[in-house]
Design a protein around this ligand. Structure first.
Ligand code: ARG
Length: 458
């Protein structure tokens, strides 16, 4: 028995019917489906479509179903086509004939969209909390690193010295955009679809504005036809989740490289690593590799979903059922990946001896050029002078710190005795002036600002 079997005189072919059954995954919408139905029953009651007695029976029946489903997840199962059919079957079992009146003026098309919107509104704050926890782990690392220095890279070649704290706050900055993007996705899902009917709108005088308020929506959709197939909010969520996964993947890639023997800037905790079944010396960064790998999965969900949407004719089409597994999978992927990344970052230790050694040497060339500029030389000329000096040092296997006074002067008579002081990693970071720079005072302020942000989102 399905919600639509009255129209047909033979039972469906299992090969076709089972293919369309969604209860195996849309049971995740159980709570949202009952919540939406409770509000719909009240709205029908308020509009005089349901008698007070029927309204009360339905509301009490749904509340009991919700409680039972929360208490025992195994309860939410059966031969039903989807979660909507399941809830209705249980309702009729409980309250009899009144239960058959619940679906008056409503379609599963608007109902399933409503459920998914409610689901996202419920889940997105939890993902945002996961993002904030990882930002907090980055902030803690920044705090702990204090004045420690490390090289920054462009083209994966040493570029300029930065504070280790600046490095961790760089990742935090990207994650904070993810937090905001997730809020945007929740905002897009924040519209009531009920009242749209199957496509043309409902013919019962339901107060949709009041219904929206009852369900915590800030607005009602503007067009019933659009609403029946609009899943832009799904695409937006998948994009927000994918970009967050891209950021986690880049963080993971950095840490895989920086914790390896060649760099050894950071040390992975034994608790965040795995061994090899054959090579006893190995300490593998499996959790980070899995985070990096799972980014591909989230991106696949996004591109897969965009491909599903692109050829749909106006109005609801069953293709839209694919939205749910995409959302559930991307949501679960982001959830576990955030937890893994947070666990790894919070237990990392910084090998300051290694980072500081790597932060000195020829990557101070820009500072040496800036020194000449401060003595009046045009930058382009200074770049040439220092470039030639670097070429010579490289040939000799030396760096700036070994240059004698005469050698400096030989390169340019603008070099004074104080150049040796300017050409250190510490002087380099202190020379930065802008608020977004790695200047230690700027980084301190950035860390304070990050802490204030964390406090504001908890
Ligand atoms: N399981 C369906 C979905 O996820 C529910 C909506 C069904 N509507 C319909 N007209 N068949 O989209």
């Amino acid at each position: 028995m399905t919600l639509w079997s009255g129209r047909f005189d033979i039972t469906p072919d299992p090969a076709a019917f089972d293919f369309g059954v969604s209860f195996g995954f849309d049971r995740a919408l159980f709570e949202d489906d009952v919540t939406g139905s409770l509000a719909w029953a009240e709205a029908l009651g308020a509009a005089g479509v349901l008698s007070p007695g029927d309204t009360q029976a339905i509301v009490e029946g749904l509340q009991a179903i919700l409680e039972e489903g929360r208490r025992d997840p195994g309860f939410v199962s059966g031969p039903d086509e989807d979660v909507h059919s399941f809830v209705e079957r249980k309702l009729v079992e409980r309250v009899g004939e009144a239960g058959r009146r619940l679906h008056t003026g409503r379609s599963r098309n608007e109902q399933v969209s409503l459920d998914l919107r409610l689901y996202l509104r419920r889940r997105i704050p939890a993902r945002q909390a996961g993002v904030a926890a990882l930002v907090a782990a980055c902030a803690d690392q920044a705090e702990r690193a204090g004045p420690a220095l490390m090289p920054s890279y462009t083209h994966l070649r040493r570029a300029q010295p930065v504070l280790v704290a600046h490095y961790f706050l760089a990742h935090a900055a990207a994650l904070r955009r993810d937090h905001a993007r997730l809020a945007g996705a929740a905002g897009e899902a924040d519209a009531l679809t009920l009242g749209s009917g199957a496509i043309a709108g409902t013919s019962y005088p339901v107060d949709t504005a009041r219904l929206a308020r009852a369900l915590g929506f800030s607005r009602v959709v503007s067009n019933s036809m659009d609403a029946s197939s609009d899943r832009d909010f799904v695409a937006t969520f998948l994009y927000a989740a994918s970009l967050a996964m891209v950021h986690l993947s880049r963080l993971a890639e950095d840490l895989i490289v920086f914790t390896g023997e060649e760099y050894a800037f950071f040390e992975l905790s034994d608790a965040s690593a795995t061994g090899s079944s054959m090579m006893p010396q190995k300490k593998n960064p499996d959790p980070l590799e899995l985070v990096r790998g799972k980014a591909g999965r989230a991106i696949g969900r996004l591109t897969g979903w965009l491909a599903t949407m692109k050829s749909l004719p106006s109005g609801y089409n069953k293709d839209l059922q694919e939205d749910k597994e995409a959302v559930f999978d991307a949501d679960a992927t982001l959830d576990v990946s955030l937890r893994a990344a947070q666990a790894v970052v919070s237990r990392l230790t910084v090998n300051t001896a290694r980072t500081e050694r790597a932060a000195s040497g020829l990557l101070l060339a820009t500072d040496v050029a800036d020194y000449l500029v401060s003595r009046g030389m045009p930058f382009r000329r200074a770049h040439e002078v220092v470039g030639a000096l670097v070429r010579q040092l490289l040939a000799d296997g030396r760096d700036f710190s070994t240059l004698t006074r005469e050698e400096w002067r030989g390169a340019s008579d603008l070099f004074g005795d104080d150049v040796a002081l300017a050409a250190t990693a510490l002087a380099s970071v202190q020379a930065r002036r802008t608020p977004q720079s790695t200047n230690p005072d700027a980084v301190r302020l950035a860390l304070d600002e990050c802490r204030a942000w964390l406090a504001s989102c908890s």
